[in-house]
Design a protein around this ligand. Structure first.
Ligand code: AMP
Length: 183
């Protein structure tokens, strides 16, 4: 189903557990492990994503470490296309390209393999992660896709913390789709 009803969205939202003050005081962590071990919710989500992206003529899905790997790899297998991991600095074994992004305190970096998209210029890539908060991680990932000369067709998030306006950082880089929002 390409469009989810309010009832289906509620089922998904209710399957995600809130953990207050994790990983530090003041953060309400959206724990998607309870969605993953709920077959009704996980299947509903994957059926929706498959219906949405089946006709977008994608070549690859790029998933952001680490929860983007779970949804991205499952969706890539459903769509019969390749999966590319976007990893924290220092984790990928072959030659990489990297992009730094700002954290609350300090800087972090994510990387992809230099040949992640098999040097296919203009490859159509869907970027996916479980959640967008400030948008810094997704912005860096979208820039990496661009630097690899591929096209980020859309960035997809299960949850958007809209009060942090993270999608603003993706303006001009990629269209954005989210399923659930926390206002
Ligand atoms: P950001 O770069 O601020 O958009 O942060 C996004 C990344 O941090 C994603 O990979 C999320 O999985 C994780 N993240 C940030 N805030 C939360 C939260 N409240 N609950 C769960 N994951 C979060």
């Amino acid at each position: 189903m390409k469009t989810l009803t309010d009832e289906q969205k509620k089922l998904l939202m209710d399957s995600i557990r809130d953990i207050p003050d994790f990983p530090k005081p003041g953060i309400l962590f959206k724990d998607i492990t309870t969605l993953l071990n709920n077959p009704e919710a996980f299947n509903l989500l994957m059926d929706h994503l498959t219906a949405r992206y089946d006709e977008m003529n994608l070549d690859y899905i790029a998933g952001i470490e680490s929860r983007g790997f779970i949804f991205g790899a499952a969706l890539a297998a459903k769509l019969g296309i390749g999966f590319v991991p976007v990893r924290k600095q220092g984790k990928l074994p072959h030659t990489t390209i990297g992009e730094k992004y700002a954290l609350e305190y300090g800087v972090d970096e994510i990387e992809i393999h230099i040949d992640a998209f098999n040097n296919k210029e203009g490859a159509r890539v869907l970027l996916i992660d479980d959640l967008i908060a400030t948008g810094g991680t997704a912005e860096a990932a979208a820039k990496l896709i661009r630097d690899a000369k591929a096209e980020c067709v859309e960035a997809c998030f299960i949850i958007n913390l809209t009060f942090l306006s993270g999608t603003k950082k993706l303006e001009g880089l990629t269209p954005v789709y989210h399923i659930l929002e926390v206002v």
